[in-house]
Ligand binder design. Structure first.
Ligand code: BGC
Length: 843
């Protein structure tokens, strides 16, 4: 059953509404109600709440990390964490000398909470009665400004419904916060902040300047609290209460029955990494000084959200419920709060759990592979900025490779501030209570994900300058790394890659050597072959002078390229049962897993790693996967591309073996990662549209319904969130960037009647509108050269200002068309150029 209650119908596609307070689900709601602007984020905790077993207020600066060393089980463990910053929300009231209002202790008469996705406003409307029978209404609005990334504000109207008397508002700033949001990290050190200044300034301002203990990041927050009755500011008596790292103002005034007292709390936040400031404290005070009232901030903020939706929205209008449409927007909303136009100047990556909580310590994994396709086609400068985060850490990746005795660049599985490997070496299995070795850093495939993103960015934008300045260098160094990892085996006349893990984290090694990694993980090897080929292509694409300069700088020569060519044709890919791609060498010798027995015993068996370890067993013994591994290949490459890749590798691989591979691995996957449903929905999109749609709905629900039972409270899963949108655009619209052409091949799930999306491709702004019969593409007027688009092999040029329409093949006719792509009528409203495939960009 859905967690969301119907709001009013007008809003149903844009608003998440909850009509009751559910303490047991508060953690999830706080994560889902997080507001952010790409620069910082604040969880949706109630202003009156402090961190306890129900609530967890958290404010995080994008890329605001700090390292701490913990003494633990006789070992020194060093971790880098995303730091929880002082809580600026703190606000409550009391009537006379009654108790301070706290929702958990009050008699709640009415409760509605709404997250308005269109405007980025969080609202809470509560009516409470105290022990003396006095009813007060609390009407709250909150924003984290998308217009000015340094500002956030609360606006709370308190209505004395049936009483008259004294009311005291307390408005505070809590610098005593620690990183306490993830229960399994609680044995580790958690106090990251040193308070440099904590004071009140003037009549209405609180001010704190804190510094992280190791990274020496200074963060300044300035807070202003003002009271209004009608349009008039109330000049009430104020007193300051300070205790340790907590400071608050008490503001007292009198209310008559029916009066509404409006409390405006505005916060300005700056840090020592900001550009164009003198010092964060000064900057925060200046920002606050210039900040207008809540309505002014709200108007500017909503304007920017309106513009953002104009660029980014994907509409699914017919056939689906308003709730499905809303969930899709909620997923986009959180993505746009994690990386927004305000991030494009920041040196930050994309954290797997967003800036919404402390899971995975704010680290950056490979999940951007699921996010970049959305960004490159909407906000390419943001995609570029995320790639630049990786580029700046290339020296560190080179160092990591060198220290491992390898050449090229070896990016870390988990990355934070400086790009060193942040993966913990021990992790806790909460099910058994045991701390265990963690070897997930062996997931070297993260390197291919980075290379893939570089290439996709280049294909979407044609940003040659980026390729020459940054992209090619990353591709070459990653290719070098793979060439060095690959060892030649004369017995089979093939190159092999050993000691790695694939995306399926449940297999860490052979059952007899569980920590040593696997040999010839098919996904890793095919991706390595692809990277080697794209690296060679990038060399061809560079002007001679730039190429020579780059080669000289990184000490490359033509022999290396020749070797890459050879390896890219001879990497081993294991197969079993005929044409089933084996996940790794020896996979087929593993035992089959008794799925039914474990489902019957445990119900939810997503975390089979924990379950089996607690039983003193290991997933390494079985043919099971945490998440899509082999199937990632079908997710990232079209059948045509894969056929080409396998041909290059010298393996006979026919597209009609894809469904057999899909079924094989679908039956053996636990979906222990939210990314898994994205991939499975994708690979079923053409063969089983209903199942694909059902899985798509699971992806939409990953966080909104907390399908991993408890993980969302620690931060949303940004890969799955972006993946849901990408499923619509690249999968159901069949959008593929190949060569110099933007290919479309829409096949909508039967439930879904229509998709409308706005895309940016090679600087052109496109409106794409598809249903089951037609595909319409309109390019907005603009001074730019035409792009080439295609529907199932029918190419045409599309200049800015032009539109075109294709009549789509019916699903039952598509198979016939695979061989003879002729049955299409292309209804062109404007001039049609001849199909062309330019040689300047190869796949
Ligand atoms: C998944 C990884 C993912 C990480 C962060 C893990 O559970 O197995 O693929 O990168 O979560 O989202």
């Amino acid at each position: 059953m859905s967690t969301f209650n119907r709001g009013d119908a007008r809003d149903a596609r844009w608003v998440l509404t909850w009509d009751r307070y559910e303490p047991e689900r508060q953690g999830v709601r706080e994560a889902l109600c997080t507001l952010g602007n790409g620069y910082f984020a604040t969880r949706g905790a109630a202003p009156e709440a402090r961190a306890d077993s129900i609530h967890y207020p958290g404010t995080y600066l994008a890329g605001g990390y700090n390292r701490l060393i913990s003494e633990f089980a006789g070992q020194r463990v060093e971790n880098e964490d995303l730091v929880n910053l002082p809580n600026w929300l703190c606000l409550s009231f009391r009537i006379g000398d009654g108790p301070w209002f706290a929702l958990d202790e009050a008699e709640v008469l009415d409760f509605v909470q709404r997250l308005d996705l269109r405007h980025g406003i969080l609202e809470r409307d509560v009516r409470v009665r105290d022990a003396l029978g006095r009813t007060t209404r609390w009407i709250e609005q909150r924003l984290v400004s998308m217009s000015d990334p340094h500002l956030a504000a609360l606006d709370i109207a308190l209505v004395a419904e049936d009483w008259s008397g004294e009311i005291t508002i307390r408005s505070g700033l809590d610098t005593t916060v620690t990183n306490d949001g993830v229960a399994r990290y609680r044995d580790l050190a958690s106090r990251h902040l040193e308070v440099l200044t904590l004071e009140h300034l003037g009549n209405d301002t609180l001010f704190a300047r804190c510094q992280t203990s190791q990274s020496r990041l200074t963060v300044a927050q300035a807070l202003r609290t003002r009271l209004f009755c009608g349009p008039h500011e109330v000049s009430a008596e104020r007193s300051i209460v300070q205790s340790g790292g907590y400071i608050e103002q008490h503001i007292q005034c009198a209310l008559q029955r029916g009066d509404a007292l409006r409390v405006e709390k505005t916060m300005a936040l700056h840090c020592s990494r900001d550009t164009a400031i003198s010092e964060p404290g000064l900057a925060a005070l200046r920002s606050l000084g210039h900040a207008g009232g809540f309505d002014e901030l709200r108007a500017a903020h909503e304007n920017v959200w309106t513009r953002l939706w104009g660029i980014c929205d994907i509409e699914i209008e017919n056939g689906v419920t308003a709730e499905t449409a809303m969930k899709l927007r909620a997923n986009q909303f959180h993505l746009l709060q994690t990386v927004s136009p305000h991030s494009s100047d920041l040196d930050v990556g994309l954290p797997a759990r967003s800036w919404h909580g402390e899971a995975y310590r704010g680290h950056v994994f490979w999940d951007e592979l699921f996010v970049l396709p959305y960004l490159v086609l909407r906000l390419p400068t943001l995609a570029r900025s995320l790639l630049r985060y990786r580029y700046r850490r290339l020296p560190e990746a080179r160092l990591a490779a060198r220290e491992a005795g390898l050449s090229g660049a070896m990016y870390p599985w988990q990355s934070g501030s400086d790009g060193r490997e942040e993966t913990q070496r021990m992790h806790l299995n909460p099910q058994s209570g045991r701390w265990l070795p963690d070897v997930s850093h062996r997931q070297r495939h993260v390197n291919s994900a980075i290379a893939y993103n570089v290439w996709k960015y280049y294909q979407a934008t044609g940003d040659h300058e980026f390729l020459c300045s940054y992209g090619a260098e990353m591709l070459l160094e990653i290719a070098r790394f793979w060439a060095c990892m690959a060892t030649y085996s004369a017995d089979i006349d093939r190159y092999e890659i050993r000691g790695v893990m694939g995306p399926d984290e449940y297999h860490t090694g052979h059952p007899d050597a569980p920590e040593d990694g696997l040999a010839n993980n098919a996904y890793t090897n095919v991706m390595a072959a692809w990277v080697l080929s794209r690296a060679i292509d990038s060399v061809d694409l560079m002007p001679e002078l730039r190429r020579c300069q780059l080669f000289e700088r990184i000490g490359m020569n033509a022999d290396e390229l020749a070797l890459w060519q050879t390896i890219s044709r001879k990497l081993r890919v294991p197969f079993h049962d005929g044409d089933i791609i084996s996940q790794f060498d020896g996979y087929d010798a593993l035992d089959e897993f008794d799925w039914d027995a474990y489902r019957a015993k445990y119900g939810d068996i997503r975390r089979l790693d924990r379950i089996l370890e607690a039983e003193n067993d290991t997933p390494n013994r079985y043919r099971l996967s945490k998440q899509a591994d082999v199937l990632m290949l079908f997710y990232l490459f079209s059948a045509e591309e894969l056929t080409q890749l396998f041909e290059q590798l010298g393996y006979p691989f026919l597209p009609d073996s894809i469904p057999r591979n899909v079924e094989y691995y679908l039956a053996r996957t636990a979906h222990g990662s939210t990314l898994s449903h994205v991939v499975h929905s994708w690979v079923l999109a053409r063969s089983d549209r209903q199942r694909s749609w059902d899985l798509f709905c699971c992806v939409l629900d990953s966080d909104l319904e907390d399908i991993q039972h408890g993980s969302t409270r620690e931060g949303v899963h940004i890969g799955a969130m972006a993946g849901s949108v990408d499923l619509l655009q690249r999968c159901y619209l069949g959008l593929e960037m190949r060569g110099n052409t933007l290919h479309f091949d829409p096949v909508l799930p039967t439930t879904l009647q229509r998709i409308r999306a706005t895309l940016t491709y090679r600087s052109q702004s496109l409106e794409v509108d598809a249903d089951h019969e037609r595909l319409r593409i309109h390019s907005h007027a603009f001074t730019s050269i035409p792009i080439t688009i295609a529907y199932r092999g029918h190419y045409r040029d599309l200049a800015p200002g032009e539109s075109c329409e294709y009549l789509l093949l019916r699903p039952e006719d598509r198979d016939r068309d695979e061989n003879q792509r002729t049955a299409i009528r292309s209804v062109n409203q404007f001039s049609v150029g001849p199909g062309r495939v330019s040689a300047s960009m190869k796949l």
